[in-house]
Design a protein around this ligand. Structure first.
Ligand SMILES: Cc1cc2nc3c(=O)[nH]c(=O)nc-3n(C[C@H](O)[C@H](O)[C@H](O)COP(=O)(O)OP(=O)(O)OC[C@H]3O[C@@H](n4cnc5c(N)ncnc54)[C@H](O)[C@@H]3O)c2cc1C
Length: 121
């Protein structure tokens, strides 16, 4: 039985909560599922890959771990909001610290570019 079959079969339950199906377990799908769950929905998530994350998928090969995409948290308030919706505090689970510069790009000719947000570098 594949994941989709198992999710659909589990819809036939005595659970009276409304049911929502979220397709895709990227940040968008995960955030939608959390919001629906906080509103009282029984949420099923379907994912075509073997693990969640979408563009934030993590690949393992030859003993190395590759981060596929996002590394910079650009909107921490969105994460805080999700925790709040679940009656939790983000800062109790994640120690997020502002970086200065926000990020640094290094080019192969030695030049660097610092992004400092609104303030001047
Ligand atoms: C290289 C890179 C760097 C980035 N860096 C940052 C960063 O530093 N900070 C930041 O905030 N953002 C960053 N982003 C952007 C951020 O990663 C994306 O905006 C975000 O992850 C998108 O999430 P999503 O849920 O909308 O889509 P996706 O992550 O694309 O998720 C979609 C999911 O749906 C699944 N799916 C699709 N079709 C089906 C189907 N038919 N059935 C089942 N599953 C399906 C896919 O497999 C996937 O898991 C970066 C993106 C990239 C590519």
């Amino acid at each position: 039985m594949n994941i989709a079959q198992s999710a659909f079969e589990s819809l036939t339950t005595a659970d009276a909560r409304p049911t929502a199906i979220v397709i895709g377990t990227g940040f968008g799908g995960l955030a939608a599922a959390i919001r629906l769950g906080a509103k009282g929905y029984r949420v099923h998530m379907l994912e075509k890959l073997d693990a969640p994350g979408g563009r934030a998928y993590v690949y393992h090969q030859d003993g190395f771990t590759f981060d596929a995409g996002p590394t910079i948290v650009t909107a921490p308030f969105l994460l805080e909001e999700l925790w709040q919706l679940c009656g939790k505090r983000f800062s109790d689970d994640v120690d997020l610290r502002p970086m200065d510069p926000f990020f640094r790009l290094r080019f192969d000719d030695g030049r660097i570019f610092d992004y400092c947000g609104d303030k001047q570098p």
